[in-house]
Design a binder for this molecule. Structure first.
Ligand code: AHM
Ligand code: MG
Length: 325
C-alpha cells in the first residue's frame, strides 16, 4: 500500500507544528480541487468583478480559494500569520502563536486565467519560520530569503490532483485518491535531469526581451544545425504549476524573464508566492532557479508583492541562460 501524506510526515519526523501546517494545506487543497472541478455547475467561473492588489482581475475562484486558505489557518497556534498573492497585506493569527510557529504564504489559485477554459491550475505555498515571539507580527517578518523556507510545494488541479512537497530534503509527490480522499505517495525522489530538449516561455513577448534571453531562445530554435546541436520542443501552459510540474517529472527549462513592456515591473511572477517556493522545489530536485543575476533562494525580499524574473529547471539550460547574460 502506498504511504499516505500522514505516514510520510511521521516517517520523516516532521514536527507537530509543521505536520499541522502541511496537513491543513493538503486538506484545503483537496477542498479547492472539488471547487475547481465543479466549475460551471457551482456557478463559480468568471470574474469576481474586482481587482486584486496587483491590479489584476480577480476570478471568483481566486476569492473563494483565498478564503478557504484563510479559514484553514485562522485558528491554529502553529501559524503566526499568513500572506497571499490576493491580499494587500498579511493577516496575523487570531490566537496566540506557539513558540516555533510558522508563517504561511500562498498563491491560492495560480494560473487562474486558465480556469474558465478548463486548463490546469494550482495552489503554491511557502512555509517560513515566524521570527516574532511575544510581539505583534510586522510585514518585515515575512521578508526572509527563500533559503529560510522550512517547506514549500504546490497542489496541481489537473487530470490528477497532486500535491508536490519539499521539507528541504528532496521532493515528493502525492496523488489525491478520489475513492478514499487520501493523499498517497506516488512520486518518490522527484529529480530534474541536468540536460533537456524542452523549453517553456511565452514567445509572444519575444520582441520585448533583453538580448541575452532572445539569443538563448534563438539558439534553441536553431535546432540541431545551430549552436546547441539538438532540436528543442516547446511547451507553455500559462499555469506555472503545470509547467513546473512537467519539469519536475521529465525535465525542461521555464523562463518568465523581465521584459520591456512595463519598466516598473521586473518580471511578472512574484518572489514570495511563486519564485521562492518553486525555486526550493527545483533546487531540492537537483535543478537551478535564478532571476538571471542571483539564485532566487538568495534574494532578500523588499516587499510582499515583489516581482522578479524567473528562469528555472534543468541545470544545463539555466547555466546557459546565465552565461548568455
Ligand atoms: P497569476 O498568479 O495571476 O495566475 O499569474 C501567474 C501565471 C503563471 O501561472 C504563468 O506562468 C503566467 O502567469 C503566465 O503568464 P502569461 O499569460 O503572460 O503567459
Ligand atoms: Mg500566481
Amino acid at each position: 500500500m502506498r504511504l499516505t501524506l500522514t505516514d510520510y510526515l511521521a516517517k520523516h519526523s516532521a514536527s507537530e507544528g509543521l505536520t499541522d501546517v502541511v496537513t491543513r494545506m493538503a486538506e484545503t487543497c483537496a477542498v479547492i480541487s472539488r471547487a475547481v472541478a465543479a466549475g460551471a455547475i457551482a456557478d463559480q467561473l468568471g470574474s469576481a468583478g474586482q481587482e486584486n492588489v496587483q491590479q489584476e482581475e480577480q476570478k471568483q475562484l481566486d476569492v473563494i480559494t483565498n478564503d478557504l486558505l484563510l479559514d484553514a489557518y485562522a485558528a491554529t497556534p502553529w501559524v503566526a500569520g499568513v500572506a497571499s498573492e490576493e491580499m494587500e497585506t498579511f493577516v496575523a493569527s487570531s490566537v496566540t502563536p506557539n513558540d516555533g510557529a510558522f508563517l504561511v504564504l500562498f498563491d491560492p489559485l495560480d494560473g487562474s486565467s486558465n480556469v474558465d477554459v478548463n486548463v490546469s491550475v494550482g495552489t503554491i505555498f511557502s512555509v517560513l519560520p515566524s521570527p516574532a515571539a511575544g510581539r505583534a507580527l510586522v510585514e518585515a517578518d515575512f521578508l526572509q530569503p527563500g533559503r529560510a523556507q522550512i517547506a514549500s510545494g504546490y497542489a496541481l488541479y489537473g487530470p490528477q490532483t497532486m500535491l508536490v512537497l519539499t521539507l528541504g530534503r528532496g521532493v515528493v509527490g502525492f496523488t489525491l485518491d478520489p475513492a478514499s480522499g487520501a493523499w498517497r505517495l506516488t512520486h518518490d525522489a522527484m529529480t530534474i535531469p541536468r540536460a533537456t530538449k524542452e523549453f517553456a516561455i511565452n514567445m509572444s513577448n519575444m520582441r520585448h526581451w533583453a538580448p541575452p534571453i532572445r539569443g538563448y531562445i534563438e539558439d534553441c530554435l536553431a535546432g540541431e544545425t545551430g549552436p546547441r546541436g539538438k532540436n528543442y520542443n516547446m511547451r507553455w501552459i500559462a499555469s506555472m504549476v503545470a509547467d513546473v510540474h512537467r519539469i519536475l517529472v521529465r525535465g525542461g527549462v521555464f523562463l518568465y524573464p523581465a521584459d520591456a513592456r512595463d519598466p516598473s515591473k521586473p518580471g511578472k511572477l512574484r518572489l514570495m508566492y511563486e519564485g521562492a517556493p518553486m525555486a526550493l522545489l527545483v533546487e531540492q530536485a537537483g535543478g537551478r532557479a535564478t532571476d538571471v543575476t542571483t539564485d532566487i533562494l538568495d534574494i532578500v525580499p523588499t516587499g510582499l508583492h515583489q516581482r522578479i524574473a524567473v528562469v528555472l529547471g534543468s541545470a544545463e539550460e539555466v547555466e546557459r541562460v546565465l552565461a548568455a547574460g
